[in-house]
Design a protein. Sequence first.
Length: 129
Amino acid sequence: MARANDTAGDRSVRTLRVGEQVRHVLSEILQRGDVHDDTLASHLVSITEVRMSPDLRHATVFVKPLLGKDEEVVLKALRTHTAFLQREVARRVNMKYAAKLKFLADESFDEGSHIDALLRAPGVARDLD
């Protein structure tokens, strides 16, 4: 999902492709339980998007725990294991440089829910009819 101030047209096909590869690798690592952390073992985490910088040296990873529970705790656990995750991504994705990972909470689902609630409000529904 594209964030505000950033559209898919602004990014090159290469950055999109590498971002998807990094997303798949991170998802696989978390799914297999390669990170030895109690918090990450007890939470299902979705990697919703990975946005690469144009030089492919930085990756912003948007994550969402299942049902949005314990978001800050999960982010802290991911940030604690950033060095391990960076090494694994560098090993599995063939790139010239190892990308520095930055983990952020994905707010796009909350924004979508908020917009949906606004559109379903009685005043707006009355205007749409």
